[in-house]
Write a protein that binds this ligand. Structure first.
Ligand code: OGA
Ligand code: NI
Length: 310
């Protein structure tokens, strides 16, 4: 099997017959669990304007950004640093700064978002709406790719999923081999749509023990399957291990838009995918149980869904 990341053209989405597209998506979800999409419907200028706006946000003076610094993960709008704990239990910060807040329904949160840069609220809202439409398309294609009704995954993730964004800023790092922008991890949600700043690489996905670089392609977005998708599909779809390395000379920016279940949503292998030959490999759980396990493993190389394996 090839080990580079697929680039999938979503143009045939509106065609009556999109079997080829469903098959490509299904293959990519079963193989790497990560792929890039083009002709995805999110206008290029909206993507570009948001990346420039985020750069302006991270370039604000420290005192202004400091308003959002917190260690309290229950805060809606926050800046924090990821870290891991070494063998001696000392915290080691990642070479990055992370800015996170909810993105849907955006009208409910707009007044909590930064008003500097002044265009932030407007530009972010426009992007969030487009990403909502794209998430829906991708989830429909992914359902069909499992041989299920088109709306299965959306229904399983229920009416009020938890949507939040995470902008990652990686300053240039004089000695990239000594650190990491974001340590290797699985996304904990169901689905992630990631935009990378043009021209600066950093994202890598693990396959067969090797790291594959996911170079930014202007106008493309990266689709990353997350843990809940692996569990819902009973392991048919993969939640890939990935990380971000730093760059010696250039700053790098990425924006992840996450689609997570809400705390009460029951997650477990979808019934139609289970039979005698394919028994469930995970037990069902409420998403909040998964999150409790996630926080229990803070600072470690987490293995969260593994705790629910049968
Ligand atoms: C993430 C992530 C990778 C990147 O935010 O979960 O994996 O390229 N980001 O910044
Ligand atoms: Ni990630």
């Amino acid at each position: 099997m090839h080990s580079s990341i697929s680039i999938i053209d979503l143009k045939p989405y509106n065609d009556e017959c999109k079997n080829g597209l469903v098959e490509d998506i299904s293959k990519a979800c079963k193989h790497l669990g990560m792929f890039q999409v083009i002709n995805h419907g999110v206008p290029y200028d909206i993507c570009q304007t948001l990346m420039v706006t985020l750069q302006e946000f991270f370039d604000l003076p420290y005192e202004e950004r400091a308003l959002f610094f917190t260690q309290d993960h229950s805060k809606l709008v926050k800046i924090f640093n990821y870290y891991f704990k070494g063998d001696d239990q000392r915290k080691v910060s990642m070479w990055s700064e992370t800015f996170s807040h909810p993105w849907h329904p955006i009208e409910d949160f707009t007044h909590h978002l930064p008003n500097n840069p002044p265009q932030y609220r407007e530009v972010f809202s426009a992007y969030a709406k487009e990403i909502g439409t794209l998430m829906n398309k991708v989830l429909r294609l992914m359902s069909k790719g499992l041989g299920l009704e088109e709306d299965t995954l959306v229904k399983r993730l229920e009416e009020r999923p938890n949507f939040y964004s995470q902008a990652n800023y990686y300053p240039p790092c004089p000695e990239p081999e000594l650190t990491m922008g974001l340590n290797e991890h699985n996304d904990i949600t169901a689905l992630t749509i990631l935009q990378q700043f043009d021209g600066v690489s950093g994202l890598q996905v693990k396959y067969d023990g090797k790291w594959i670089q996911v170079d930014p392609i202007p106008g493309a977005l990266v689709i990353i399957l997350a843990d809940q998708m692996q569990v819902l599909s009973n392991g048919i779809y993969k939640s890939p291990i990935h990380r971000a390395v730093t760059n010696k000379l250039l700053p790098r920016l990425s924006l992840a838009m996450f689609y997570a279940p809400n705390d009460e949503t029951l997650i477990g292998p979808i019934e139609n995918l289970i039979n005698e030959e394919y028994p469930p490999i995970y037990r069902s759980y409420k998403y909040k149980e998964y999150m409790e396990e996630f926080y229990r493993q803070v600072g470690k190389r987490r293995k969260v869904k593994e705790a629910f394996q049968i």
